[in-house]
Each structure stands twice: as structure tokens, then as C-alpha cells.
Design a protein around this ligand. Structure first.
Ligand code: ATP
Ligand code: MG
Length: 533
């Protein structure tokens, strides 16, 4: 949701976030560009926005989107490179600011947009859509003449960021349609789940996400996967790699929350022999391991500010030095990052660097929560049940009633929680036919769904009473062990340390040899209830 009152920096950030969402979600370029320009106007008051693209067939720059311009005017806006202001920006690849349009000889007003410059003098800003050295088009907007130079300077910087996002989107559509000159009739790429064999589900929101993944996979653009915990971001990161031309090269994961601060630099960039105590051998870091392939920066928002500063250059230039080394290493790595945190809020609070945020979120892909794609639940349930039956030598089946209950659950822990719920059922319940009553959330006396305990109390949006009295269902803690042994060990280790340390997080973090942030991450992830003494 766009904030309409607030500081300019906040508005810019909010608008950029919304624009990157619009550009990545929409399959229709013209609509995406129209929304982008509307957002630019709403947030910053930059009016009469236009996005023009180069047409290699006619050799002209044409207006692709201009929400405030009638279509018949838009069609007139075709210029040769170098002609008029837009043609000049296109030919030079340089931004242009015109404080008073009426005074500018290059100004042609071929579209007739500005009919009343005497009463309503305007200042004009235009920036190129740059893809490396190539210029793909031009983005322009204007505002009332009285705007001072500081304001216009900020407009150029902001519009350049918007133009970068737009250029990535244009390039992606060129990649899939090299023979098409204009974007407006680009057909949607055939979706979706069939192209990604490990990913189960065919709901419209998931298909949209996968379609976008299919597009971006072809480029080297950095992708930021957003979405709640357990929605499948890690799975999708892998899918980006597998669908890319880099599929045969390494896919390397770094869990930014799991690596202790002191080791992070050496983990990412490697170290030379003897560079610090304990560095008996030279070590190749994850960036180098991923050379030619993909580096997945999981839980990227958990990085400390110091770590973010170290990462920035490598993300920007794909260059770094090993710890204790002098030689600059250059790698060819495609970056995918993921987070379930509100990064915009973190940027606002100074917990995440704005520059790194922009570098990482070139293409933001939102993985929708499970409750927004309930059509996937029956498919996922039957998929997990098949796998779990095999693992546990069982033949359990879900009744239609049980599937119905699963389909209505809120699944605050998303797909991971669904899997854990089913695993618990398969391991704990002797019955081969699993009915609603076997589900922990359906037992009398409130929720016994352990995974929901730390979440808001309502488990079912539409409650369904149990159809008959339940079997005495064992519901105590250790049953969770069946879920994910490694996670449970870690959870218990963290919980026990907190208990030993009187629930003082700083103390427990020291005892565990991790930072308070890393501990906090685990507390949230495992839903550990913090007791107050
Ligand atoms: N569409 C899907 N099809 C099959 N399995 C899925 C799907 N989505 C998620 N999963 C499974 O659900 C579990 C959680 O997914 P994943 O680890 O990718 O979540 P995440 O978004 O990275 O969560 P977090 O933010 O907590 O790290 C994994 O076991 C994953 O394999
Ligand atoms: Mg994850």
C-alpha cells in the first residue's frame, strides 16, 4: 500500500517497492508501465509520465505508456534518435533536466501534451532506460515550474532508479521475444508448475510466481524472493537456478543467519593460508565456489550492518579479496536472495542498508502465503502423504473431510507447517484412514497443534466441530521430533540455553556462540515462547 503522507525518502522507498512489485508481477508490459508512472505521480507528484521504447524496425523511439496522455496523442510521439528532448536522451544516454519547458528549443511537444504552458509553466525531467551500455528507451515526467534545482536533482536520481527497474523488465521481455519489436503484444509465457518438477501446486497465484521465475531465470538479474516463512522460497531459489542457462554449474547456498559473524567474511570470500589464527589452509569462499553458477543468500535480512557493508561491493561489482589476500578476485555469479522480513521497514529503521537493498531487489518475487492459494493444499497434502507413507512404510490416506479441514486452516507456517502436520499424523496415528478427528486442531479443548501455539490463537478460519470424540491423542512435545530432526535438535538447544540463562537473550546468545540477532531469528523461526521471570 502506498503511503501518501510522509517524508520524501520514505515515499521514494515505498514507491520503489511498489513499482518493483508491479513490474515483476504483471505479465502485460503496457499495464505494468502505466502503473509504474501512476505510482511515480502519486508518490512524488511527477506528472505526465511517459515511457518510450526504441523500435528497431522503424528506427524510432515511440511512446509505449503515458497514463495521462490520450491514445491518439500517444501515437504521434514517434521520434528519431537525437530528435527532440526524448530523442536526445535516447541518443546520448544522459539524463536531462529542463527547468522551464517553454524556454527549451529542443522541446517539440509533438504529442500536444502541454497545451497551456503560459498559465501552467512546467519543469521536465527525462532519464534513459539503460541496460549496461545499451539504451532501451526513455522515461520522462514533469512538475510545476517553480520546483527548485534541488527538487529536480532528486527527481533525476529517483527516476533513474525507477528507470533501472523498468529497463530490467524490458530486457527480460526482449530475451524471451527477441524478434518482437514492441512489448505490448508479448504473449504470456506458458505456465508453470509442469516446468518445475519439484514444485507442487497449480493455483493461479503460484502459477503467476512460477511464470515470472521462468522469465527471470534466463537473465543474470539479481532476484529477491519475498514471502512468509515456509512458503517455499528456498525451493524456488533452486528452481531459478535449474531453469537458467547456469543449471549445469554450481548452486551454492549461504544461510546468512546461521554463520557466526566472525566467520562470515571468510565464508563468503574465502581466506588465504595463515590469514588468522586457525586458518591453516587457504579456503575458497562461497562466491568463488559459485563461479559460473548461482549464489543463494538465504535469510539475507539477518546480516549485520557490518556484514552488509562487506557484501555490498561483491554484489555490485562481483569483485572482492580473500581475507588476508591482496589479489582482487572477479567472479561471474548470479545472485538470488531470500527473506521473510519486512525489508522496507528495516531500511527505514536503519537496520538494512538502502544501497544493498536496491542491489538485491532488482527483481522482487513474492511467494504467496498458502492461505492465499488454498487450491494448492489438496495437491500438496497428497504429495506429502505419498512421500511420508514411503518414508514410514505406511499406507495412510486422508478422507475428503480431513482434506477439507486442511484446506480451511490458516497455515501461518505455510507449506512447511502443512508438511509437519501431515508427518505428525502419519507417525502418530495408527489409523490408515485419516479423518478430521485425527487432526490436532480438531481435538476438544482448543488447539493442540503445537506449531500453531506461538501464532495467533485462531487456527481455523471456519471452525468445524469434531465429528466424533477423538482417540486419546498423544500431543506432548517430543512428537515434534518426527517433524524435522535437525531443526528440533537446534530448537531444543536454543530453548534449553534460554532457560539456563533465565530467558536473557544476550546471555543465551553468548552461551551458544551466536549473536543476539541470530538467536532472535531462531526464536522467531521455532516459535519459542520467551518466558519472563
Ligand atoms: N510448492 C511446493 N511444493 C512442494 N514442496 C514445497 C512447496 N513449497 C514449499 N515446499 C516445502 O515446504 C518446506 C518449506 O519450504 P522452504 O524451506 O522453501 O520455505 P522458505 O520460504 O524458505 O521458509 P523460511 O522463510 O522459513 O526459510 C520445504 O520442505 C519445501 O520443500
Ligand atoms: Mg528458507
Amino acid at each position: 500500500m502506498l503511503i501518501v503522507n510522509g517524508r520524501r525518502a520514505d515515499l521514494e522507498l515505498e514507491a520503489l517497492h511498489e513499482i518493483s512489485r508491479v513490474l515483476s508481477l504483471s505479465t502485460d508490459l503496457n499495464k505494468a508501465f502505466t502503473s509504474t508512472l501512476t505510482l511515480v505521480d502519486l508518490a512524488l507528484g511527477l506528472e505526465n509520465g511517459t515511457i518510450s521504447l526504441f523500435d528497431p524496425v522503424t528506427g524510432e523511439v515511440f511512446v509505449e505508456a503515458a497514463p495521462q496522455m490520450p491514445d491518439e496523442d500517444r501515437i504521434l510521439g514517434r521520434l528519431r534518435p537525437g530528435e527532440g528532448i526524448i530523442g536526445r536522451i535516447f541518443a546520448t544516454g544522459m539524463p536531462m533536466v529542463v527547468p522551464d519547458i517553454a524556454e527549451e528549443p529542443l522541446f517539440l511537444n509533438r504529442t500536444g501534451t502541454w497545451r497551456n504552458l503560459k498559465e501552467d509553466p512546467r519543469a521536465f525531467v527525462g532519464v534513459p532506460l539503460q541496460d549496461g551500455r545499451a539504451v532501451l528507451g526513455v522515461l520522462t515526467a514533469d512538475r510545476p515550474y517553480r520546483s527548485g534545482p534541488t527538487q529536480l536533482g532528486r527527481d533525476v536520481r529517483f527516476l533513474t532508479l525507477v528507470a533501472d527497474l523498468v529497463a530490467v523488465r524490458v530486457r527480460l521481455s526482449h530475451l524471451e521475444n527477441p524478434h518482437r519489436r514492441a512489448a505490448q503484444d508479448v504473449p504470456a509465457v506458458e505456465p508453470s508448475a509442469e516446468r518445475f518438477p519439484g514444485i507442487v501446486g497449480a493455483s493461479a497465484p503460484l502459477r503467476d510466481t512460477l511464470e515470472l521465475i521462468g522469465r527471470v531465470a534466463q537473465s543474470r538479474a539479481t532476484v529477491l524472493l519475498r514471502g512468509e516463512s515456509g512458503t517455499g522460497k528456498e525451493l524456488i531459489a533452486r528452481a531459478v537456478h535449474d531453469a537458467s542457462p547456469r543449471a549445469e554449474r554450481p548452486f551454492v547456498t549461504v544461510n546468512c543467519a546461521a554463520i557466526p559473524e566472525t566467520l562470515l567474511e571468510s565464508e563468503l570470500f574465502g581466506h588465504e593460508k595463515g590469514s588468522f589464527t586457525g586458518a591453516a589452509q587457504a579456503h575458497v569462499g562461497r562466491f568463488e565456489q559459485a563461479d559460473g553458477g548461482t549464489l543463494f543468500l538465504d535469510e539475507v535480512a539477518e546480516l549485520s550492518l557490518a556484514a552488509q557493508a562487506k557484501l555490498l561491493r561483491a554484489v555490485q561489482e562481483r569483485q572482492f579479496e580473500r581475507v588476508g589476500g591482496k589479489r582482487t578476485v572477479t567472479v561471474d555469479v548470479r545472485l538470488v536472495a531470500a527473506t521473510n522480513r519486512d525489508m522496507e521497514e528495516m531500511v527505514r529503521q536503519g537496520a538494512f542498508r538502502l544501497d544493498l537493498y536496491h542491489r538485491l531487489s532488482v527483481i522482487a518475487v513474492v511467494v504467496p502465503p498458502l492461505r492465499e492459494r488454498r487450491d494448492d493444499i489438496p495437491h500438496l497434502a497428497s504429495h506429502f502423504l505419498r512421500v511420508l507413507n514411503e518414508e514410514n512404510a505406511r499406507h495412510a490416506e486422508l478422507t475428503a473431510g480431513a482434506v477439507d479441514v486442511l484446506t480451511r486452516c490458516r497455515w501461518t507456517g505455510n507449506v512447511r507447517q502443512l508438511r509437519n502436520c501431515l508427518e505428525r499424523l502419519v507417525v502418530v496415528t495408527d489409523a490408515d484412514v485419516l479423518e478430521p478427528v485425527h487432526l490436532p486442531c480438531q481435538s476438544p479443548g482448543g488447539s493442540t497443534c503445537l506449531l500453531e501455539r506461538a501464532a495467533p490463537p485462531l487456527v481455523l478460519e471456519v471452525g468445524r466441530p469434531a465429528e466424533r470424540a477423538p482417540d486419546p491423542a498423544p500431543t506432548s512435545g517430543p512428537l515434534l521430533v518426527a517433524g524435522a530432526p535437525r531443526e528440533v535438535d537446534d530448537r531444543e538447544r536454543v530453548r534449553a540455553a534460554l532457560e539456563r540463562c533465565g530467558w536473557v537473550q544476550a546471555k543465551a546468545a553468548r552461551a551458544l556462540g551466536m549473536t543476539v540477532r541470530q538467536l532472535g531469528y531462531r526464536v522467531r523461526k521455532y516459535g519459542i515462547e520467551l518466558h519472563r521471570l
